[in-house]
Design a protein around this ligand. Structure first.
Ligand SMILES: [Zn+2]
Length: 212
């Protein structure tokens, strides 16, 4: 997921070599992100059954991909892997000259329990729907249950942006995008804008927050 106030471009992110400080690890990879109208985004993802090293490698790559994009959430299907797995880091705004605070969270086989009757509205965006934002209404509070990388079950009540982001990412596991919550007319307008931006070159639409 993306939020408009984090919409900035980080052209140098790809050149950061994270393996330098940790030579015992293989360098993490930034994976290509699927974008609409790629039909794989409509896949219903399958539960994760083995909590092995391959899963940990995939999660590390997903986290790196999310930071490089930059985004605040990424589901496995967005990098073409149909597994019920997602990563989220709401990333507190970095202060001038300081390192951004990073606290990546991993959700394996997540479920939503007890969605509240009260709803909230957020201006959502998505790494698979480049540079487009729209208000989506979702339950303001949920109880989430998920497994960690060792298969241990956790439960927590989520509110605010965390509740919205988790629901947005969990939609991906069902093959649903945030634009599927909009009217057909609005959805078609968004898809047309993306097509037009791609034709004009690069697919990236420069905005007022761009740093290049
Ligand atoms: Zn998304």
């Amino acid at each position: 997921m993306m939020v408009p106030w984090r919409r900035h471009c980080v052209p140098d992110a790809l050149s950061v070599d994270l393996s330098k400080d940790r030579p015992y690890l293989r360098p993490m990879a930034i994976l290509p992100i699927l974008e609409v109208p790629d039909p794989r985004l409509k896949t219903i993802s399958k539960p994760v059954e083995s909590f092995d090293d391959d899963l940990k490698t995939l999660v590390n790559d997903m986290i790196e991909t999310m930071y490089a994009a930059p985004g605040i959430g990424l589901a496995a299907i967005q990098v073409g892997v149909p597994k019920r797995l997602l990563v989220i880091d709401l990333q507190e705004e970095e202060a001038e000259g300081e390192e951004p605070l990073r606290n990546p969270r991993v959700f394996v086989n997540p479920e939503i329990l007890d969605p509240s009757n009260e709803h909230s509205l957020y201006n959502e965006g998505c790494l698979s729907v480049p540079d487009q934002y729209a208000e989506v209404e979702r339950p303001a509070q949920i109880r989430a249950r998920w497994q960690d990388l060792d298969g241990k079950v956790h439960e927590e009540v989520m509110t605010g942006l965390m509740a919205t982001c988790l629901q947005h990412e969990m939609d991906h596991l069902e093959g649903i995008l945030f634009i599927d919550h909009l009217s057909r007319l609005k959805r078609q307008m968004v898809l047309k804008k993306i097509e037009k931006a791609r034709k004009m070159g690069g697919g990236h639409v420069h905005g007022p927050d761009c740093r290049h």
